[in-house]
Design a protein around this ligand. Sequence first.
Ligand code: GRF
Length: 191
Amino acid sequence: MTKKRVAVLISGRGSNLQALMDAQQDVYEIVLVVSNVPGVAGLERARAAGIEAIALDHKPYGKNREAFERDLDALLIERRIELVALAGFMRVLTPYFVRAWAGRLINIHPSLLPKHPGVNTHARALEAGDAEHGCTVHLVVEEVDAGEIIGQAQTPILPGDTPETLANRVLELEHALYPRCLANFARTLAA
Ligand code: GRF
């Protein structure tokens, strides 16, 4: 089976990107990493692994999100990308981009969706008195954090947990869950 050509979109430290790079085997190959924020650690992680890493700064595009996405889309097409994985990519994507990549665009979110879409998920899980928390890999659709769920991993919320302790525990789960889901997803596309 030929490996699916994957691009990972990031905005920061890239620990999920690292997990995806470390785990890649026969089913997917990360050939491109794009960050909308220049100079972030995730770009260096990609370069250290010998993967092309490009900063596409969204700032010069101002409020024109679609113009940014058109350039991003052109780059992905040029590199013959088949599957896009968001990993800490902190830009909400417009319907233009989401439609262009529908069914080939996935994300990891640090909560047990449909609980706690959006930001500050760890604090919100604590405030809500949830018994458990975790992370979700899902297809990206136009509504934020609302696409079909591909996989989830859970952890109980313990007495004394803070947003930080919870974030650390969930991040470990993310690093195990995301490569597994990406590989499974790549396999279903190949079938
Ligand atoms: C992760 O918690 C991910 O779930 C969220 O943003 C964070 C990114 O962390 N979307 P990293 O850049 O992968 O280390």
